[in-house]
Design a protein around this ligand. Structure first.
Ligand code: SAM
Length: 379
């Protein structure tokens, strides 16, 4: 069993400073004044931690060995400095508001995969771990991966769900599609997957519905109007669960929230991260997002020109189900602030946003709350 804790991240985002990581009591007090001065509900300090990794196995956020080997094999004929140059130029395009249209050649696709696949994979795994924690019996047979690119979400779902047998990927980008097919060619489970080339809505309209439908880091590449239409179509093609993952920026969160509200109106229920189907209680400039730490391989460091052996990927996600999930635990929305006196944690609960304070003198509760991490489900 491998479980890596969610951890806070010091990276700055272009769109706004990170409000999600509330590290000090002062920050918490400023943003969420105590109930004496504000009508926020409180929960008693009786929350128990939901046995992280005890009830079921969590999937590691690091790329599976088979995928790492396939990427390393592809890299053999390529210059790492060329890959680094291409990755930097693709990332500059993204920062400038562009999209993966900048990925045109085999070398571009490989550079993109080396630089970004470990992080998007880790974010999808973290979202799937949250889903599996809430629905341990979910055993999908079929998967549809929309805007699949190099196949990141498909690899992640394959790791998380041994039950998956039938894989359909869709994407408009030839170079990423070719790379994805190359990467799975030696994989026993994935080598027979079907990868349709085409614009997402047109290709999806022709696809069979699947138990699990996923769109990872994709909807941000299409217009708001297209996002609405694609959301409806993805939902129509979902037998059981739809998972959408986006960058953990305010803009990524806004896209998740728009899709969430739209599909709840069409009958969807939230399985994670929210413990309710109501409106998101967070108010601007706050936004719901999480962070996942992942290890960087040597090639990953070289392509990114990075020194640190790890990085923290911020992401936002929503898992929507056809059936209402029976138990929806509260969610820890920022890394709890631990002091000698108490632990203060920001929670999204079925009743709304709550700042809970667990005093040290409540020994058992304090010990349980010490294990809470940003992104955890707690009850
Ligand atoms: C940032 S990449 C993410 C790839 C992959 N899902 C991942 O998580 O690594 C976005 C992907 O969405 C695809 N995409 C964007 N708009 C699309 C559209 N309208 N139809 C089909 N694919 C699209 C791009 O070609 C690209 O592969």
């Amino acid at each position: 069993m491998i479980f890596l804790p969610f951890s806070p991240c010091g990276r700055r985002w272009r769109e706004a400073p990170d409000e999600g990581y509330l590290s000090t009591k002062t920050q918490l007090a400023e943003r969420y004044p105590s109930p004496d001065t504000n009508a926020l509900p409180r929960v008693r300090a009786t929350l128990s931690h939901k046995g992280r990794g005890k009830e079921h196995e969590m999937t590691s956020p690091d790329l599976p060995a088979e995928l790492k080997a396939a990427l390393d094999g592809k890299l053999r004929g390529f210059s790492r400095s060329d890959a680094a140059g291409r990755a930097a130029s693709i990332s500059k395009t993204y920062r400038g508001g562009g999209n993966s249209g900048a990925i045109r050649s085999e070398a571009d696709a490989l550079a993109y995969a080396l630089a970004r696949m470990p992080a998007t994979y880790a974010a999808v795994i973290a979202s799937l771990n949250a889903l599996v924690e809430i629905r341990p019996d979910f055993a999908p047979n079929s998967l549809l991966d929309i805007g699949a690119g190099p196949g990141t979400a498909t690899w992640a779902a394959t790791e998380a769900f041994p039950s998956l047998r039938d894989f359909t990927l869709l994407d408009a980008n030839d170079a990423l599609r070719a790379l994805a097919l190359d990467l799975v060619s030696d994989s026993f489970r994935l080598r027979d997957l079907s990868y349709e080339r085409g614009e997402a809505r047109a290709a999806l309209a022709k696809a069979d519905a699947a138990d699990l439908v996923m769109a990872s880091y994709m909807i941000g590449e299409i217009s708001d109007t297209e996002q609405r239409a694609l959301a409806e179509l993805m939902w129509a093609k979902t037998h059981d669960t739809l998972l959408v993952v986006e960058p953990g920026t305010p803009a990524g969160y806004a896209r998740i929230i728009a899709l969430r509200e739209h599909l709840i109106a069409l009958g969807a229920h939230v399985a994670a991260p929210c413990p309710h189907d109501g409106r998101c209680p967070l108010q601007t400039p706050d936004w719901c997002h999480f962070t996942q730490r992942l290890q960087r391989s040597r090639a990953h460091k070289q392509v990114k020109g990075a020194e640190l052996p790890f990085e923290d990927e911020k992401f936002a996600y929503v898992a929507l189900t056809r059936e209402l999930v029976e138990t929806r635990p509260s969610r820890v929305l920022a890394q709890p602030a631990v002091t000698k006196v108490e632990i203060a944690a920001k929670l999204c609960t079925p009743e709304g946003l709550v700042l809970t304070k667990v005093p040290r003198r409540a020994k058992a509760d304090y010990a349980a709350a010490r294990r809470w991490r940003w992104g955890d489900a707690v009850n």
